[in-house]
Design a protein around this ligand. Sequence first.
Ligand code: ZN
Length: 230
Amino acid sequence: MEIIKHDDFYILDDGRVREFLFVDEMKALLIDTGFEDDEILKAVRSITDLEVEVILTHGDPDHTGGLRYFKEAYLNKEDWCLVSEDFKLHDIKEGDVFKVKNHCLKAVSMPGHTYGSMAFYDEDNGLLFSGDGIQKIGPIFMFGQKRDLALYIQSLIKIRELVNKDTIIMPSHHDFPLDVKAIDHDLNDIVGLKDGKLKGERHPFMPCLIYQGDYVSYLIDDHSLASINL
Ligand SMILES: [Zn+2]
């Protein structure tokens, strides 16, 4: 696990997925817990011994794999069904605020990648922790029962309107940081896909098609395609 100090917070990156850790005098705040084999607590304890508050961008296993190390966590209720372990979860709703140091992280609901996907917007510091919904390269997983392409497009439009133009985006996967143009690029590709401009190719081993856009790729199955009535 690579630990990168970025301004006044830490990025924990195993090369597959990244988490974000903030520390003040009283507590630490961790966004996501990585894969099960990440030993996230070891990485956190190399930085701080303080109590850790955990907030989750969504319920996929590459973000919730390390939950067992913590007593409780915040996750939007729509994604509780994705967490298999019996675990103490608190709901996150749009507008909830998590404060640590001089960061005020406001929860922004962005359903689509999962129904309970949340981004955390730190307006004062110009940062958006976007989970999986905004990425460069990708692929963004949009197959399986818990995805909704139509909602995903609406969420991208909403977040584009919400964030200031100089916001730095911190996605959980692949290239980072991104600037706000990434939202337009993702939107352009997913709308192109919806309009039939991208051709899907069968994935070599997963039950889905790969749609390669100019900026990002999407993994999509028939169920997700039905949600936008292609
Ligand atoms: Zn992910």
